[in-house]
Design a protein around this ligand. Structure first.
Ligand code: DP6
Length: 325
């Protein structure tokens, strides 16, 4: 009744931004990501018959509140499909991802939780089934079941059976690097969950976002297949800007960007003018991720570290899917 799993986070090159079903987490658009080897969560789940509630520790701290509720809600989903509905679990997670700073720590977190809890309770699930279950913990997490380049197919069914991730190309296909540029480790003000909800409900730019997805998706898949870095990077950067533009049209309007976020974006564009191919993308927080090729690693790192307001630059290669320890 105990299992340990490790999952890596992922960075979306085509963003998931909006739900058509908030309860079982079904998205309004397909998305595509790269799993990263640098940031991961290792989670041990042990079901016991002498617990009166679930216990959740993250980096050795007992967690309560919203994060605890999301974990127990996910465990309910697993328990209720088993014969062990009465069992509570001890969940220990160790996270190398700065939590709630726009690094999608929920992605590696829920992927590791789903893998460890299903195995601990005795389910024999394949990757597709695991991705579908993981999706119900956190949408972006369903992509972290797989390594490398991963698409989350939005699906069209109301029961979500066709909404899960698939691998487009493994982590060995193409060595594209990602620099995670950390500006601030403070909690973000609008969570991705609340931000996408407000945008779907109120932003007049939201339909433009949705209209642009099929083309972006088709083009980036071809670019990844051909290992065309400029095409991949420019589609990802433009897709990120479209997503963030929708938040400015929301009511009330909001943005995830800080002044340093914009400084990093400008610096990346200047690097390109100076002959270093690099592209940025940003999730629901102020930090920036920069895509570059291995041969430019030293230059890219130095330029990013020298930007005033940047506190840390961590480099990552394409990473693997879920593993069991
Ligand atoms: C901007 O997966 O954190 O990072 O499904 O509500 O848990 P929930 O949202 P979450 O949203 C991630 C949004 C994003 C884009 C992406 O990762 O595709």
């Amino acid at each position: 009744m105990k299992a340990t799993a490790k999952a890596h986070t992922n960075i979306a090159l085509i963003k998931y931004w909006g739900k058509r079903n908030e309860d079982i987490i079904l998205p309004t658009n397909s998305s595509l990501s790269l799993t990263l080897d640098g940031f991961y969560t290792t989670t041990t789940v042990a079901f016991h018959d002498d617990l009166s509630r679930d216990v959740f520790t993250l980096n050795d701290q007992i967690i309560e509140g919203e994060s605890y509720n999301r974990v127990t809600k996910f465990l309910d989903l697993i328990r209720n499909q088993s014969e062990k509905k009465h069992l509570f679990a001890e969940v220990h997670s160790i996270n190398t991802v700065p939590t709630a700073a726009g690094f999608a720590s929920s992605a590696s977190g829920f992927a590791a939780l789903a893998a460890a809890s299903t195995r601990a309770i005795g389910f024999n699930v394949n990757d597709e089934e695991l991705s579908r279950l993981t999706r119900q913990g956190s949408g972006s997490a369903c992509r972290s079941i797989y390594g490398g380049f991963v698409e989350w197919e939005m699906g069209s069914r109301e029961d979500g059976l066709d909404s899960h991730a698939i691998q487009i190309a493994s982590e060995k296909h193409w060595d594209v690097r990602v620099a995670a540029v950390v500006l601030s480790s403070t909690e973000k003000k609008v969570s991705s969950r609340a931000g996408m909800k407000r945008t779907v409900e109120t932003s007049p730019f939201y339909t433009g976002w949705l209209d642009s997805i099929p083309y972006d998706m088709k083009e980036i898949k071809a670019a990844i297949r051909e290992k065309d870095f400029e095409k991949t990077g420019s589609i990802a950067e433009a897709n990120c800007l479209k997503m963030h533009a929708t938040t400015l049209g929301a009511n009330p309007p909001f943005t995830y960007w800080h002044d340093t976020t914009m400084r990093v974006m400008q610096t990346v564009q200047e690097m390109r003018e100076n002959g270093i191919p690099a592209y940025f993308t940003i999730d629901a927080g102020p930090n920036v991720k920069v895509l570059y090729l291995p041969e430019n690693e030293d230059k890219v790192k130095k330029v990013l570290e020298d930007i005033p307001g940047v506190s840390d630059v961590t480099l990552s290669k394409p990473g693997p899917g879920v593993t069991y320890l």
